[in-house]
Design a protein around this ligand. Structure first.
Ligand SMILES: NC(=O)c1ccc[n+]([C@@H]2O[C@H](COP(=O)([O-])OP(=O)(O)OC[C@H]3O[C@@H](n4cnc5c(N)ncnc54)[C@H](OP(=O)(O)O)[C@@H]3O)[C@@H](O)[C@H]2O)c1
Length: 339
C-alpha cells in the first residue's frame, strides 16, 4: 500500500521537496501507525531540508537525507497497532512526535504518542508536541522554575516562546517576554506580566534582573545576557540559527566551557519527546492554562512555502501543515496560504 508524502532525495532548497507516492510504513511491534490529519514544522525541519548546520546530518543522514520527509509533529487517528501495543486502539485520536510527519501515514513508538487534548481539533493538536515539549523541558527540567521567580523569554512570540510564556505562568513565575512591536499584544495576551519590544528597548541594558533567561534567539552576547541575570541566575541558550560552521561550534560549546568558572549557570539542553510529558501538556491545555498559537496553516503540497516562512525567523507561534486533504491536492509547489 502507498501514501502521499512530501519528500526530497538530496539536501538543498525547500523546492526540492516533491509530492510523491511512496510505500506506507508498517508498524513495528511497539509502534502505532497513524493516519496523519495535521503536521507541524519547526526550525529543525529547515535544517533537515537544507542539511545545514552540518552537525544536524548526524541525525538526518551524512550525504543525503535518510528519511527525506520533513515534519516531527503530528496529530491524527491510529490506523494500526503493533502486537505489543496495549495503550491504543485503531481509531484513537492522538498527537505526538515522530520523524517524517508531512505524509499521510507515520509510524511512531507508542512511547511518543498520547491521546490528543480533548478541547483541540486535530489540526490544533499538531501544533503542540515538539515546541510545547521543548518549552516544558527547559522551564521544568533544566531550570526548575519556582513560583515568584523572574523569568525572561527571548523570542516570546515564536513556536517555543508562545508555549514558554504560558507554561512559566502556570508555574507561578513573573514572566517577561521579548518580541517586536507587532507581537506585543499577542505576548501580553498569553499572560506575560511585562513585554519588552526589542525594536525600542534592550532587555540587557535595563535595570531589571532575572532568575532565568530562556533565550530562543541568541542574538546577544553572553556578556550582555549575563548582565540581565541575578548573581546566581540561569541562562538557557536555545537557538540553532544565526551561525554556521566553526562559529556555530564555538557558540554551542562556549557557554558550557565557561559555566564552571562563572557564578551564572549557563545551559544548553536537548528536548526528547516522551508520552508522560505529552500528557502533561494535554492536561495544561485541557485546564485552559496553555493554548497553541497557530500562525499559518499550509496544505501538504505547500510544505516548501512553510519551510521558507519559518526561515524568515518571524513566525508568530506555530506553522501547521494540513494533511487531511492530501488526496485532493494534485499540484506541487502552489504558494497560496489556506488560512
Ligand atoms: N533544545 C531543543 O531541544 C530544541 C528543540 C526545538 C527547537 N530548538 C531551537 O529553538 C529555537 C527557537 O525555536 P522556535 O520554534 O521558537 O523558533 P521560531 O518560531 O522560528 O521563532 C520565531 C520568533 O523569533 C522572534 N525573534 C526574531 N528575532 C528576534 C529578536 N531579535 N529578539 C526577540 N525575538 C526575535 C520572532 O519575533 P518577531 O517576529 O517579533 O521578531 C518570532 O516570533 C530554534 O533555533 C531551534 O533550533 C531547540
Amino acid at each position: 500500500m502507498t501514501m502521499k508524502a512530501m519528500s526530497q532525495d538530496r539536501y538543498g532548497s525547500p523546492d526540492l521537496l516533491r509530492l510523491v507516492e511512496t510505500p506506507r510504513p508498517l508498524a513495528g511491534e511497539d509502534d502505532v501507525l497513524v493516519r496523519v490529519d495535521g503536521a507541524a514544522v519547526h526550525v529543525g525541519d529547515c535544517f533537515g531540508v537544507r542539511g545545514t548546520p552540518w552537525m544536524m546530518r548526524m541525525a538526518t543522514g551524512l550525504f543525503k537525507p535518510t528519511c527525506g520527509i520533513p515534519g516531527y509533529d503530528f496529530a491524527g487517528r491510529i490506523a494500526a497497532v503493533g502486537e505489543n501495543v496495549t495503550q491504543f486502539d485503531v481509531g484513537d485520536e492522538v498527537f505526538g512526535a515522530g520523524q517524517g510527519t508531512c505524509a499521510q501515514y507515520v509510524t511512531v513508538p507508542q512511547s511518543t504518542v498520547a491521546p490528543r487534548p480533548t478541547n483541540l481539533s486535530l489540526a490544533e493538536a499538531a501544533a503542540v508536541p515538539t515546541s510545547g515539549l521543548a518549552a516544558l523541558h527547559a522551564l521544568r527540567d533544566v531550570a526548575n522554575v519556582q513560583p515568584g521567580q523572574r523569568v525572561l523569554i527571548n523570542g516570546a512570540s515564536g513556536g517555543i516562546g508562545t508555549f514558554a510564556i504560558q507554561i512559566a505562568k502556570s508555574f507561578g513565575a513573573e514572566v517577561t517576554g521579548v518580541c517586536s512591536t507587532r507581537n506585543v499584544d499577542l505576548v501580553r495576551s498569553l499572560g506575560a506580566d511585562h513585554v519588552v519590544d526589542y525594536t525600542r528597548d534592550d532587555f540587557t541594558a535595563a535595570a531589571a534582573q532575572y532568575d532565568l533567561i530562556f533565550d530562543n534567539v541568541e542574538n546577544r552576547s553572553l556578556a550582555d545576557c549575563r548582565r540581565a541575570l541575578k548573581p546566581t541566575g540561569m541562562l538557557i541558550l536555545n537557538s540553532g540559527t544565526g551561525a554556521r560552521g566553526i562559529a556555530m561550534l564555538v557558540r554551542l560549546i562556549k557557554p558550557l566551557v565557561m559555566s564552571p568558572f562563572v557564578r551564572h549557570d549557563l545551559r544548553r539542553y536537548l528536548s526528547v519527546p516522551n508520552q508522560d510529558d505529552l500528557l502533561v501538556l494535554k492536561q495544561l491545555i485541557e485546564s485552559g492554562a496553555v493554548r497553541p498559537i497557530i500562525d499559518r496553516k499550509y496544505e501538504l503540497t505547500q510544505t516548501p512555502d512553510a519551510i521558507r516562512y519559518l526561515e524568515s525567523g518571524h513566525a508568530r507561534g506555530k506553522v501547521v501543515i494540513s494533511v487531511a486533504n492530501a488526496d485532493a491536492t494534485p499540484e506541487c509547489g502552489s504558494t497560496a496560504v489556506v488560512a
